[in-house]
Design a protein around this ligand. Structure first.
Ligand code: MCA
Ligand code: AMP
Length: 493
């Protein structure tokens, strides 16, 4: 039988604790048993799901891991759903990936309206077994929806081989071992949580302590008790922790300093925040850079200088090049170019978007849309090619998607969404709107209230400015950079 390496490796750690959550500990044997049951329920007499897409919703924890492994062991493609998804966003994901079956746990069943699809609630006592199919590494494993330069999020398809390459690069570079213990509080519809934390830990036989969200009141006492060797978070979380730590030395700061490794990524870690964290805790954060389509690409070293404001060198197995606007590969230092990536970790395709997939690659090199530069042997990220991508709290947001949702508001005739720099969130969502003449005056809180059924909480506008017209260039296109200066130069709601 051809078993996934992740599953085969778990057999070597059967007695070890894999996940601790809600006051319970689950060992690797529990995860193997539960995922086998889920696979058998899914197969329901069939030999193989043959890449059928199966959506699932569960908070970080044992159930999430068991559902993911169950789908994989039955031969399906796992489509994890955000626990904060709105009905409209859900409709897009389920329709786009042609989902017929959604899996969830009793606690989440009432949050989901499956429409015409089957909702299968996996109860704790369920038991089933059957022989499971062979799963080749080339089989497609997961679709993650990522916002970008299209108004609707695209499905990023990764094979088992892609995911394994993403995990192995990090396990090797950061020397994961079965002795590691890590808190998991990041959302599990993006790879930061799925691959960098959950995937690497389970690959290594390590222990995860799972929390439904980043809850400082629950997590910090555990940090203080030296419960963890590793910590992985987005810069927003480090900014919030710096505020919580205050100025003086403390037991908590010392406990952060004792961890073997703390990593920051998903968005730029300001050099000042990196230094402040070191002053407070004695810990040099390791900043790395990656993307849903590629896994992690660049990383500061585990041993050696972790440079503030820089993202280091390519991870094992990842090839990186910088390309000029005219398409030349840049070899020198201090020459900015687009970051392009090649290697076994790079995704296979955007789901059912062959033209967009083809346009994203050149000779096997994936175009990230991020600009970078090499300085004294370290890459530094300069920003994105598109002004329509916003990074807020570590989430990648599409200005076009938010604009399309807001245009349904009866008081908005036209609008432009931009990201404004913010010390805590990296960027926050701002909207400049031309109101409908006949409509009552629009205010931010009312707009947020209206939009929360349409957009996930992290996509909601945080600033609103009403304008008579949007700034446009000579071609009539909205000049986004000028829109941003409207907010920085003038008052807004
Ligand atoms: C929430 N709030 C915000 C935002 N989100 N305000 C401005 N901008 C935002 N984006 C407000 C809420 O309305 C609320 O306001 C208050 O902040 C607290 O909200 P809450 O949701 O409780 O915040 P939180 O729990 O502290 O969440 C912040 C968070 C979370 C922990 C940073 O956003 C998070 O988990 N982010 C990680 C996302 C991630 O994993 N990205 C990885 C993508 P009020 O108090 O007024 O009600 S993968 C990726 O990017 C690549 C591959 C990579 O390299 O990793
Ligand atoms: P996502 O599509 O959610 O996977 O987000 C990937 C994007 O996050 C990248 O294309 C970058 O723009 C951004 N990103 C990730 N890590 C970093 C970092 N360390 N510094 C700057 N940007 C980052």
């Amino acid at each position: 039988m051809v078993e996934l390496p992740l599953i085969a490796r778990a057999r070597a750690h059967e007695e070890r604790i894999a996940i601790h959550a809600d006051g319970r500990s689950y060992c690797y044997a529990d995860l193997l048993r539960r995922s086998e049951t889920i696979a058998a329920v899914l197969l329901d007499g069939r030999a193989d799901l043959r890449e059928e897409r199966v959506a699932f919703m569960a908070p970080p924890g044992f159930d999430y891991a068991a559902l993911q492994w169950g789908i994989w062991r039955a031969g399906g493609i796992a489509v994890p759903l955000s626990t904060q998804v709105t009905a409209r966003e859900l409709d897009h994901v389920l329709g786009d990936s042609d989902i017929k079956l959604i899996l969830t746990t009793p606690a989440y069943a009432s949050k989901l309206d499956p429409g015409p699809r089957r909702l299968l609630v996996i109860e704790e006592g369920t038991r089933a077994e059957c022989s499971l199919p062979d799963i080749a590494a080339t089989r497609r494993a997961m679709i993650l929806y990522t916002s970008g330069t299209t108004s609707k999020p695209k499905g990023v398809v990764s094979t088992h081989a892609n995911l394994q390459a993403q995990i192995e690069a990090l396990v090797n570079a950061w020397e994961w071992s079965a002795e590691d213990r890590i808190p998991l509080f990041l959302p599990l519809h993006h790879i930061h949580g799925i691959i960098n934390v959950l995937g690497c830990a389970l690959w290594s036989g390590a222990m995860i302590e799972a929390f439904p969200r980043f809850d400082a009141e629950l997590i910090l006492p555990r940090v203080k008790a030296d419960a963890y060797t590793l910590f992985m978070a987005v810069p927003t979380i480090y900014a919030k922790l710096v505020d919580l730590l205050g100025d003086g030395a403390s037991d908590l700061a010392a406990a952060f300093g004792r961890m073997r490794l703390m990593v920051s990524g998903s968005a730029a870690l300001p050099a000042g925040l990196h230094r402040r964290w070191h002053d407070l805790t004695g810990q040099h954060l390791l900043e790395r850079y990656g993307m849903t389509e590629t896994g992690m690409i660049l990383s500061n070293p585990l041993q050696g200088e972790r440079r503030p404001g820089a993202v280091g060198q390519p991870l094992p197995g990842v090839e990186v090049r910088l390309r000029s606007e005219s398409g030349e590969t840049l070899h020198g230092e201090h020459e900015p170019g687009e970051i392009q990536v090649r290697g076994p970790a790079v995704f296979s395709e955007y789901w059912q978007l062959p033209e967009i997939t083809a346009a994203s690659f050149e000779d096997g090199w994936f175009h990230t849309g991020d600009m970078g530069v090499m300085e004294d042997g370290y890459y530094r990220i300069l920003g994105r090619l598109s002004v329509d991508i916003i990074k807020s709290g570590g989430y990648k947001l599409s200005a076009l998607e938010i604009e399309a949702a807001l245009l349904d508001h009866p008081a908005i005739r036209e609008c432009a969404v931009v990201g404004l720099e913010d010390a805590t969130w990296g960027e926050t969502v701002a909207v400049a709107a031309v109101p409908e003449a006949s409509a009552p005056p629009l205010v931010l809180t009312e707009l947020q209230h209206w939009a929360k059924d349409r957009l996930s909480p992290y996509k909601l506008p945080r600033h609103l400015m009403l304008v008579e017209q949007l700034p446009r260039n000579a071609m009539g296109k909205v000049a986004k950079r000028e829109v941003a200066t409207l907010f920085t130069d003038g008052p807004c709601a």
